[in-house]
Design a protein around this ligand. Sequence first.
Ligand code: AQP
Length: 325
Amino acid sequence: MKPHLISGIQPTGKLHIGNYLGSLKNFVALQNSGKYECYFFVADLHSLTEDFDPQEKPGQILNVALDYLSAGISPKKSVIFQQSSVPAHSELAVILNNFTPLGELRRMTQFKDKSESQSENVNAGLFDYPVLMAADILLYDAAFVPVGDDQVQHLELARTLARRFNARFGKTFIEPKPLLTSASRIMSLDDPLKKMSKSRPQGCLFLDDTPEEIRNKLKRAVTDSGREVKYDEQSKPAISNLLQIYAGIINSTVQEAESAFKNATYVDFKNAVAEAVIKELTPFQKAKKALKPADVKKMLSAGDKKAASAAEKKIAEVQKRVGLI
Ligand code: AQP
């Protein structure tokens, strides 16, 4: 039996090149490696932890599913589903809450960061986010979880919870390991010290951007002092970020990208990054246009059923272990 692998993306807005290089592109490669039984979900429950408009939510959920398919995740090879359609995620999170000391959640840097960035909405869901994430993973016996480096601390908590539960109730869960991509943190085009985030659209290069928009955004992207295209996160954070984007897109290392632009000007380099991004996104955008929303919804509910059948077995086992049934 192949090891299970799971990951999700929140439907909080249009996906950007950070989501693509940090997760989506890697999801496709992992799926196509044939080494794993893959589960990819739309993390809609997680997305409620920040301000949202209920009118926009269904479109955002559909959009993540469309992006999965357009990037090459196939329902023939992977289980693609919507988190909230499988109630066992919430049930397991409620049970795991009882084995999670508050102090462990207080340490989470994402909670601290988001408490500052959304200070008017520091809700219990945000605090409990890592426990729901642990439930998402443990429910499917996932051995591997492809994540960006910002999620490594959450994954560590999932491992701790698995260990703690197994020690007390007998072997129930697998301890998941992270699979990191090389482009684990793409920064904003307007501020290379801030992570590219859906919630800061002014710094994003979106997967749906037209070639013109991509060219303009890269032209306007901030650069650093000096003239040399050089990878140095301390003294050249903006150029280093563009090198990361370029290398991620063409599947090379930043060192190779750096030497390819050794004698180039910033302008030439930025143009080359724009053209590489356009080349990569053209087939994605074509595939997305060809998809019919009604078909995608059908595909998603078929995936929900497959995911639910695995999850229901595990939640029943957990309920038995803790003495509920
Ligand atoms: N800038 C980034 N660089 C590399 N990877 C990134 N990811 C997100 N931003 C970057 C990775 O994308 C996956 C899905 O992310 P998510 O939507 O579930 O949550 P997120 O990390 O909170 O993404 P955003 O864009 O920053 O959304 P908002 O603004 O809504 O919080 C994850 O694997 C993440 O690491």
